[in-house]
Structures are given as C-alpha cells and as structure tokens.
Design a protein around this ligand. Structure first.
Ligand SMILES: *Cc1c(COP(=O)(O)O)cnc(C)c1O
Length: 958
C-alpha cells in the first residue's frame, strides 16, 4: 500500500502540494529546482546504493530481531557504568515524551522555562552532592569531562606558572582506563604532559599545574586525599576529582576537603547504560572559576517585569563569541539525560538517594563478608560499591568467568587475575545468591544462602559525610507518582517543542523524530547493556553498527566511519586529530595551520584550538561565498604548515558555493586536507556528498540530519567519515578493541552514544535511497518556498548563482533596525506570541535570522509561519510610519506572558488581543508564555546556578 510508505509520514508536503509549491517558486519540476540549486559538477550521477525503504511495520520487525541478538546479563563490571532503575514515571513522561526529547537547547529562554528548571535542578543536585559552589548543566561523558577539567586547570595557571612553562598534570594511576585514554588524546596537542603514578608518591614541582584523582578510585577504594590537596595547593596546583555522584550521598564530598573541580557521570541517576551512552557528565567548581567553566550554565534572573525567570548564563564564554580564543568546544551536551537524572533526584529526594546508596554499600559489605568466608581475599579497605578480590587458593578466574557466564553475569577481570564486583541499585537478594554461587563453585566450596540484606556500613567514619544535601523544597514535594507526573507536566507546558509548532532553527535541522525510530530506545535489549561486556553479548548492536557504518559511508562517499564522537563538536575534534595523525605519519608534523572561513560555526575554531592548531581566518565575499582569492593567498602563504581547511557545505550562509571543488583543490595542492563540517548534510544526502566534492573528513550530526532528537541540547552523535588514506587513524578505545591502531579515544565509550544509533538506523532503513533523496529535495523546496514569500519586505541575504537558497535561508532584518528600531531579537521574541520558536538568531550574520524549515514541515505549517512573519512585518511598518510608538509596541514588549495579558492593569497603547492573539488561528493552539523577556545582564551580574538558596531569595528581592 502506498499509504504505508514511511516517506509519506516523514515528509510534510503531499505530492500534489509539492507540485503547487514548485509552480509558486517558478521551477518547472523538482529536477529543475535541484539543477538550479546545486552546481552540476558536484551532482551524484547514480542513486545511493541503499536498500529500498521499509514500512514502519517491516522495520519494527527488523529492529526487534536485531534487539533479540543482544544479551542482557547482570553486569557488575562498574568502571563508570552501572545498572539503574529508571522510574517508570520518568521513562514514560520524559524519555518517551516528544515535548522533552524534541525541544532545542534553551537559547530562547522564554519558551524554555520548563527544561531550564529541570537543568537548574540538575545543577543543584551536583552542587549539593559534590559540596562545590557552581556547576554546569552537563557535559558529554565522564572522560571528556576529565579532559575539560585538565584544560580548565591549564588555562587558569597563574602568570608565574605559565611563564615558568608549567605543563605537567599529575594523574593518579587509578582513574578509569577510558579517562586516561581521553586525557592522553586531549593533552598531546596542547603540549600538556601527563604524569601517571600513585598519588602517594606525587611530588609537586614548579612544572606541575594540576592533579586528577578519582574518588572512589578504579579499584573501588575510598582514599584520603586531604594531604594530597594540601600538598598541591601549597604548590599552586589545582586539583580535580572524578567522583561517583551516588557515592557522595554517603561520603564526605570533595568540596569539603578542598577540591577545585569535581566531575563525573550522572548515568546511575536513572539513565540506562545503553551500551555506553548517551549519559550526562557533571562538572562542578569554585565560584571564582565561573567564567572558565566549560559547557552551559543555567542561571536565575528576572524577566522585564521583575519576575523570576531562568536562562542560560554567561553566554559570552561561548565559542560563538570567543571563536579561536575559546577554551572549550562544548555545544550539544546530553541535556535530555541530565534532565532525566534531575527528575530522578527530584523523585527520590535526599532520603531516597541516601537509601539507595546505603543499600548498595550494604550489599557490597555483605558480599565482602561472604566471599571472604569462601577463601578469597577482599583487597579494599574502604569502599562504596566496588570490591576487588584476589583468588581463593583453589579457585581460578577462568572458572569464575565460566560459571558467571552460565548464570548470565559479568564481572570485571583485572590484568593480574583479580576479580571486581560493582553493586548497583538493581542488585537484589537473588542476584547476591547467584554471585555467591559462582564464587563458591569456583573455590569448590559450599554455597551460603543469604535470606535478607542487613544494613551494614563498613566505611571508616572519617570518610563519612555529615553535611546535608538536597534540602530544598523541590526535592521534598514530589514523592508520589501523581505529584511527580504533574510536576513533569507543569514544566513541559512551559516549553515549545516540535509537538507544538515548527522550529525553524537554521543549521539545527529540527526535523521529525519519528515514533517508530524512537521506540527501540525503550527496550532493555538496547538500554540494559554495559559498554564493556564481551562483544558477543552485544551482537545486535554490532550488526546494527556495521550496517549503519556501511550506509553512512555510502551517503558520505567515504571509505569508513567512526561512531565514537558523541557530538558534532566532538566529531570536529576527532576529525582534526585524525588529520594531525595522518600528517605525522608522512613526516609532516609541522602542519598545524587550519584555514576557517569567517562564517564558520563557533565550534570550528574552538575545536581547531583544542587540536593544537593555529587558526587562519579567510574572508567571505558580498554574496556570502568564500573569497577564493583570499583563500588561495592564505593557502599558499602557509603551504609549508597548512594542515587543513574547515568548511561547511552548503555554507552556513545557506548557499551551495560553485567554487567548492576548486577550493578543495587549492587546499590539496598546498599540502592540506579538507575537513567538512557536515551539519548541513540535510542539503546533500542523495544529491551530492563530501567524498565527491573533495573532502577528506566530515562529521555528521546524527542529531540534525539523521533524525536523532535534540533533547533540549543533547543527546549528540557526531560520527566522522574519512577517505581511504585516513582510515587507519580513526579513534581506538583502551578497554574494547575497535580493530584499529589509530588515535587514542575521543570519548569514554567505544561507540559513543550507542543506544540512540537505532534512531538513525531506522531513519535510513525506512526512507531508503529514494526517500532520503526526496527528503533532501523537499528540504530544499521548503526553504525556497519560504524564501519566495519572504524576499519582499524582509529580503533574503544570500542566494546561489541562479537565485536559489539551499536548505536554509538568511532573513535580512538590519533595515528594520534602521527604519523602525526593531532588531532581529524583537522579531524572534514576537514570534513567540504567535506560538513559534525563533529561527537562529544573529548567526552567521548579525542583524539576521536564519530559517531552516526541513522536509518534515507541511505546506500548511509553512504558510502559517509565513503569515506570522508577514503580520510581524506589518507591525514593524506601523512603527516605521509613526502610527505606533517606537518603544511601547508589540515587538519591543514581546513576548507577552499570560500574567501580563490577564492583568487588571494594562497600560500599553495597543490592546490585549493584539498582544496575545495577533492572528485568528493563534487562538486555536495558543502557547501561553510564563515569563516576559528575560534580563540576561542582570543574571550575569548576579550568577546563581542552584535553586532554593538564600542568594536567590535576596536576588529576587533586589
Ligand atoms: C550544530 C553545529 C555544530 C556543532 O554540533 P554539536 O553537536 O552541537 O556539537 C557544528 N557546526 C555547525 C555548522 C552546526 O550547525
């Protein structure tokens, strides 16, 4: 049945509407439009070699079959990943809820108050549990968070230390192996030297700038680092502590014994292991470091009427502004997973979290007693959840492994023959008896039977926590499921997501995240797998990875793909490191210059700096194209040291530059490689590709082009594709073989955000070659349809040689500032009154809005959006003509929150109806805003990034 076809569900306009739209924009056919849009020298001559699209039902069977090939065992490996119970109320109402998973990073604070509150709660939990002063709203994973800590400490060296060339970071040898590997990757290009060793033997010198330790450490030991902290601080060294968030419910937090930074993973706060990710890392520091903290910070401020409001704070630290002076390239950062962890904390409260931690420790203690009785020696003095055993006299690791696999269990096996067990929230009486059975059998001993779990605490009192945490109201109110579901709903009503209206954020590709693509995410066969299990237990995953890599290689025209990077920016970094390794392999290690167009996304220069490269900016001409002459001059000038070009294609200006092939040739001629930022792949798939164009590496944002939802700012998946000569340099992993000898790891987990890969897999399998190509065509058509209707009045900043835009367009607003005093910001805020999320604001050109409709938006939605923008244009004209006051008008006062519209006092020169119902159809599905325009400057001056504090009370009464 034709109606069964997924493509008809994925694509917005019906076929007859596509014909109409083509007519409207003056293109005889889709082929003609594409010919006018994409230069002929880069068009694919053949269809993609991909299977035909499956129906949703066919795909469902296929993915069910793949899932059944994964084996879900009880896993006690630990090493930063633990089984956990996602409360069903959170699973169903957050993880499976498109309001939460389809929303965007909360740049537009007024329509994001719900997720901002959830993320503020996350920060509050982190600050309280770590005992620190400030925290951000998540990073990509624990290992990259360690790298961010290293870089932050390095950059905050005193002037004297920097002058003395202090570049050594001491890292305790008992950090996770994946943390160590990522530190190695990230340290090398920055000239940071890592010194691994036992922290007891650390001797500071004037060459040391910092120390990293883990608490509890990789063996499971709780160490007393107080003297270490003193030693480091006496020597002006900073100290960062990787901590287990749950353990801090019992243990004295690093903030109380002097740590400067505390980082780790929040995975075990209700986020499934998912074969390695996605999960949110946390990062906390001292107040004095607030301007150096990587990632997003959510802060409290006021709206323009003085009411409490939330927003992302200190945006001036971001790469978009700092460019090559940026100190971190973090953009997308696992927000949905941080949101889940925060709800987990809200639902359990302090006493619940403490009880979970105490039970875990009791079980570990009980197992210690019982297993020691069997003749094994437990090696940890003080431990939380992880115990390490030396073999009993007659036992062997082989037997333990054999028996445990028979009972569907995984332990950790140390190189020296010791066995490790990490207990988690799911471990129950039955599991305990199975564990004992294995250890008893392996030692030829009688198996004890445990009938209940007593409360035991074996931790030395000196390590125990006495301070309180999570005492704010928010962590006390929502214990019943009824209260919890209402709290989640209350927050989600404050947010615009794709369930409300089109989100036309240029460069972000907010397309459909189809329910069928999302469903497998809920299955334990994908969620319940630890990343370090024997690979045969993840056979389904590996089948999926292999096919996905093959398909993505076909789509990009490359030889191979690495799925490890867990965001677009992480992909950029990985790609640049691959290029660096390649140059080194051919004896060209001096190549470290990267050419980046002025229009590039802020993460490009930031990633280049992280990869130790020197940025040279190339200009764009008045049409928005790279100035080829300037490029050529710069490439030739740096031909001895040119490492690569970073180019976005079609450009961030929304055009397919005809000169792209020539540009790639210039770079190659001068010894450089071409790195393509694939964020705009949605304009390429099936019609052209990076390999064909001449790129050597490209990252894909699976959370843009390939249907993974944005989750309010993550999950992210940023795989890289590479040409043949670079395949050997793709990232490896220290724990699980990825079959290569390339650069060391760029992420904690071997396959990055593994559990969301089925989304992209489903997207490709259900659309197939034809559907993918049609999606690209309709994305381009939708953008050109908008451009056609908006070019009069506003104006479109850039078009290609034949007058067409690619899959996005830049709306000119600067003349409106001149004529009516209205900025792109005012227009963005006014769109909220119409129920729309603003397009991308002031990027890549100030004074403009960048609009990307995607193929998923229907003709009626596009028409609504056009009507809204045209009505706003009329509102601006009224100001221009003097009919309406230049200050007191619907744009300057936008958005209009519910409380002001219903207020008994209304002093504006226009009516309430005009404010809230500017067009008739707005009434039908009104999005009621909870706050007026937020005051960013006020919040930045008074940074508060936790809720329920005395400082907040004081601030709001200022
Ligand atoms: C989104 C985007 C990135 C960064 O991707 P993240 O996943 O947010 O790190 C890089 N370049 C461009 C052009 C983008 O649009």
């Amino acid at each position: 049945m034709a109606t069964d076809k997924f493509v008809a569900r994925h694509i917005g306009p019906r076929d007859h509407e596509i014909d109409e739209m083509l007519k409207t924009i003056g293109a005889e056919s889709m082929d003609v439009l594409i010919d006018q849009t994409i230069p002929s020298n880069i068009r694919l001559k053949k269809d993609l070699r991909l299977a035909k699209g499956l129906t949703e039902r066919q795909y469902f069977r296929k993915i069910l079959d793949i899932a059944s090939k994964n084996k879900v065992y009880n896993t006690y490996i630990g090493m930063g990943y633990y089984d956990t119970i996602t409360p069903a109320v959170i699973h169903r109402n957050v993880l499976e809820n498109p309001v939460w998973y389809t929303s965007y990073t909360p740049y537009q604070a007024e329509i994001s108050q719900g997720r901002l509150e959830a993320l503020l709660n996350f920060q509050t939990v982190v600050i309280d549990l770590t005992g620190m002063e400030i925290a951000n709203a998540s990073l990509l994973d624990e290992a990259t968070a360690a790298a961010e800590a290293m870089i932050m400490m390095f950059n905050s060296r005193s002037r004297a230390m920097a002058k003395a060339g202090a570049n050594i970071l001491f890292v305790d040898e008992k950090v996770w192996p994946q943390t160590r590997a990522v530190l190695e990757t990230r340290a090398m290009p920055l000239g940071i030297e890592l010194q691994f060793g036992n922290w007891n033997h650390y001797t500071p010198t004037d060459q040391h700038f910092g120390v990293i330790v883990q608490y509890p450490n990789s063996d499971g030991n709780i160490e007393d680092y107080k003297t270490l902290v003193e030693k480091a601080h006496l020597n002006e060294c900073k100290i960062a502590v990787g901590a287990d968030l749950l353990s801090l419910a019992l243990l004295s937090p690093p903030g109380e014994w002097g740590a400067d930074i505390v980082f780790g993973s929040s995975q075990r706060f209700g986020v499934p292991m998912g074969y390695g990710g996605p999960h949110a890392a946390f990062f906390a520091a001292r107040e004095s470091a607030k301007r150096h903290l990587p990632g997003r910070i959510i802060g409290i401020t006021k709206d323009k009427n003085g009411n409490r409001a939330l927003r992302m704070a200190l945006q001036t630290r971001e790469q978009h502004i700092k460019r090559e002076r940026a100190t971190s390239n973090i953009c997308t950062a696992q927000a949905l997973l941080a949101t889940m962890a925060s709800f987990y904390a809200v639902y359990h409260g302090a006493e619940g979290i403490k009880r979970i931690a105490a039970e875990i420790h009791s079980i570990a203690s009980l197992l210690t007693q019982e297993i020691e009785k069997l003749g094994y020696q437990q090696l940890n003095e003080n431990y939380f959840d992880t115990i390490r055993f030396a073999m009993a006299p007659h036992a062997s690791v082989d037997l333990i492994e054999k028996y445990s696999l028979e009972l569907k269990m995984n332990f950790r096996y140390f190189d020296n023959g010791d066995v490790g067990i990490s207990i988690d929230e799911t471990t129950n009486l039955e599991d305990i008896n199975w564990i004992l059975e294995v250890f008893a059998r392996a030692a030829c001993n009688e198996e004890p039977e445990i009938k209940d779990i007593p409360d035991i605490c074996t931790i030395d009192g000196a390590y125990l926590r006495s301070s309180e945490y999570m005492q704010q109201e928010i962590f006390k109110r929502y214990r019943s499921e009824t209260e919890m579901v209402r709290y989640i709903k209350k927050l989600e009503r404050k947010d615009i997501s794709l369930t409300h209206s089109m989100i036309s954020l240029g460069s972000c590709t907010m397309k459909l995240n189809a329910a069928t693509e999302m469903l497998p995410l809920s299955w334990i066969e994908f969620g319940g797998i630890h990343p370090f299990v024997p690979v045969d237990q993840a056979a389904g995953y590996h089948l999926l990875f292999a096919e996905l890599k093959r398909d993505l290689a076909e789509i990009t025209g490359f030889a191979d793909i690495s799925l490890q990077p867990n965001s677009g920016a992480a992909g950029e970094y990985a790609g640049l490191m691959v290029i660096r390794a390649y140059h080194q392999s051919i004896g060209e290690q001096q190549r470290n210059v990267v050419i980046i167009p002025s229009s590039a996304h802020g993460t490009n220069p930031a990633s280049a700096v992280m990869a130790g490269m020197q940025v040279v900016v190339v200009k764009c001409d008045e049409r928005g194209n790279i100035d080829v002459k300037d490029l050529k001059e710069k490439a030739e000038k740096h031909k001895e040291t040119l490492a690569c070009l970073m180019i976005t294609y079609p450009s961030t200006h929304g055009v397919f530059e005809a000169s792209v092939v020539e540009i790639c040739e210039i770079i190659h001629t001068n010894g450089g490689q071409v790195y393509m930022d694939g964020a705009n792949m949605n304009a390429q798939v099936g019609l052209t590709n990076p390999g064909l164009i001449g790129a050597d590496v490209c990252h894909l944002n699976l959370h843009k082009t390939f249907a993974i939802p944005h989750g309010g700012g993550g999950p992210g998946v940023g795989p890289i594709g590479v040409a043949k000569h670079l395949v050997d340099f793709l990232p490896t992993h220290p724990v699980v073989q990825t079959g290569r000898k390339g650069i060391s790891a760029v992420a904690a987990a071997p396959w990055g955000s593994a559990s969301v890969m089925p989304i992209t897999y489903g997207y490709i399998k259900m659309l197939g070659s034809d559907g993918l190509t049609k999606s690209t065509e309709v994305a381009i058509l939708n953008a050109n349809y908008l451009a056609h209707h908006l070019k009069e009045g506003y104006g479109i900043l850039y078009t290609g040689e034949k007058g067409r835009v690619a899959h996005e367009l830049i709306l000119e607003c600067r003349h409106l500032k001149a004529s009516a005093g209205i900025s792109e910001l005012d227009i963005a805020k006014r769109l909220m009154d119409y129920g729309f999320h603003a397009p991308t604001l002031s990027f890549p050109v100030h004074g403009t809005l960048m609009i990307e409709p995607t193929e998923s938006e229907s003709l009626q939605e596009l028409d609504r959006f056009i009507e809204a923008l045209k009505e706003i244009y009329k509102e601006i004209k009224e100001i221009e003509s003097g009919d309406v006051d230049r200050e007191d008008n619907v744009l300057k006062n936008a958005p209009h929150p519910d409380y002001s519209v219903v207020s008994d006092t209304w002093s504006h020169s226009y009516g309430r109806e005009k404010a809230a119902f500017p067009l008739e159809w707005v009434r039908d599905n009104k999005f009621w805003l909870s706050v007026a325009r937020v005051d960013d400057a006020f919040g930045d001056r008074n940074l508060i990034c936790a809720c329920g504090t005395p400082e907040e009370y004081e601030l709001l009464n200022k």
